[in-house]
Design a protein around this ligand. Structure first.
Ligand SMILES: *Cc1c(COP(=O)(O)O)cnc(C)c1O
Length: 406
């Protein structure tokens, strides 16, 4: 086997398909969100970032940065171990208490990322609950799919956001069979939101556990911002709420919140929790400050929703094909990988606007898109500039527009 040749060939294939990923080399500037420096062609260019998952700009929030700085000075850089062997810092404990309270659950457990939280929790439960069967929404994130795969139990995929399809799959099993229903609240590529109450009704009727990924909702929905389950008043019916600290919370890390016994179980049996060193104390402190801030600042969420609604309306009015999303995510459909990349390149090089192209396998072929994530810190002038740039790029590349009725 010529290993190097194999690698090079597969990469060449990716490039030929227009799917080769090129990172935008950015340097974020504290206090100037959403502006960043883009290192390109041996120079730096100021760009406005319109595709960050730091949905509320909390990564730059003064209270968050100050907390990180204080605890970095106080405790140093790393945690010093796994949680079990000298790596539990008091800030981890405080953060877990805060997360549990925020989600309305008895307890919470931290992971190094949201990915690991999904992967470890789902695989641990599926592998250890005797005869467990998974029921997974067809659009679930890769981290859940990997968790389910690792659990090596039977699995059924139900139609996206479809309680009837779930009911049909569940009804093939007796009540005594342990079952886990896994789904998301906000789906990040289309921006649609799951019918949580209906899915819970079905799961409950079949005595199944519910596992909800709130990664794209944490910080942004509900009065205190813990997610769509809070907004919809169904937190008590979700057995396990999973979230990230890396998106709207603005830091890094993941968590699950659940009953005391469930959390103790995952803590005691989950390899991805047990065998990995814990996040730095300063990171935990920053996330803690962010969550506390988010709970107290509903106006951030109102402004966020207003910005997204305004941008959707403005682009739609000009015939730019915005997918009708009910969340803060603004997907603009291009439908072709190469054209999507070209549009993104033009926005960056001609207009100083950074929107990453989203291609297969993140989305199905033919639904390639530019996914815009306006934040409360994108002001009117930035939005004017974005809208003009989109119109100019759409004309330059002769991309598909939606004709207005009449
Ligand atoms: C980003 C993402 C994750 C993983 O979270 P990280 O903290 O980034 O590892 C999990 N689920 C969904 C739906 C995501 O989009």
């Amino acid at each position: 086997m010529d290993y190097q040749h194999f690698f090079a060939k597969r990469i060449a294939d990716l490039k030929a398909e227009g799917r080769y990923r090129v990172f935008a080399d950015l340097e974020r500037i504290r206090g100037r969100f959403p502006v960043a420096l883009n290192y390109r062609d041996g120079q730096t260019h100021e760009v406005v970032v319109w595709c960050s998952n730091d949905y509320l700009g909390m990564g730059q929030n003064e209270e968050v940065v100050a907390a990180a700085q204080d605890v970095l000075r106080k405790c140093g850089a790393g945690a010093g171990g796994t949680r079990n062997i000298s790596g539990t810092n008091h800030y981890h404990v405080l953060l877990e208490e805060e997360l549990a309270d925020w989600c309305g659950k008895d307890a919470a457990l931290l992971f190094t990322s949201g990915y690991v939280a999904n992967q470890t929790t789902l695989s641990t439960l599926g592998a250890t609950l005797p005869g467990c069967v998974y029921f997974s929404d067809e659009f679930n994130h890769n981290s859940m799919i990997e968790g389910i795969r690792h659990g090596r139990s039977q699995k059924h995929v139900f139609r996206h956001n479809d309680p009837e399809s779930l009911a049909e799959a569940l009804s093939a099993y007796p009540k005594e069979t342990p079952k886990i229903v896994a789904f998301e609240s906000v789906y990040s590529m289309d921006g649609d939101i799951a019918p949580l109450a209906e899915l819970c009704d079905v799961a409950q009727a079949h005595n199944a556990m519910t596992f909800l990924d709130e990664v794209h909702a944490v910080g942004m929905y509900g009065a205190e911002g813990s997610g769509v389950a809070e907004r919809d008043g169904v937190r008590g019916r979700i057995d396990i709420i999973q979230g990230t600290l890396a998106k709207a919370v603005g830091v890094v890390g993941g968590f699950v919140a659940a009953s005391a016994s469930c959390i103790d179980y995952v803590r005691s049996f989950g390899p991805g929790f047990i065998f990995s060193s814990s996040m730095p104390p300063a990171t935990a402190a920053a996330a803690l400050a962010s969550v506390q801030y988010l709970r107290r600042h509903p106006e951030l969420r109102e402004r966020h929703q207003e910005r997204a609604a305004t941008l959707k309306a403005r682009l739609t009015a000009l015939g730019i094909p915005v997918l009708p999303s009910v969340s803060h995510i603004v997907p603009v459909m291009v439908g072709d990988a190469a054209a999507c990349k070209k549009a993104s390149d033009l926005l960056l090089t001609q207009h100083g606007i950074y929107v990453q192209p989203i291609n297969y396998p993140t989305v199905p072929v033919g639904t390639e898109r530019l996914r815009i994530t306006p934040t409360p810190l994108h002001d009117d002038a930035m939005m004017d500039h974005l809208v003009q740039a989109f119109v100019s790029v759409w004309d330059a590349l002769d991309l598909h527009k939606v004709k207005k009725a009449g």
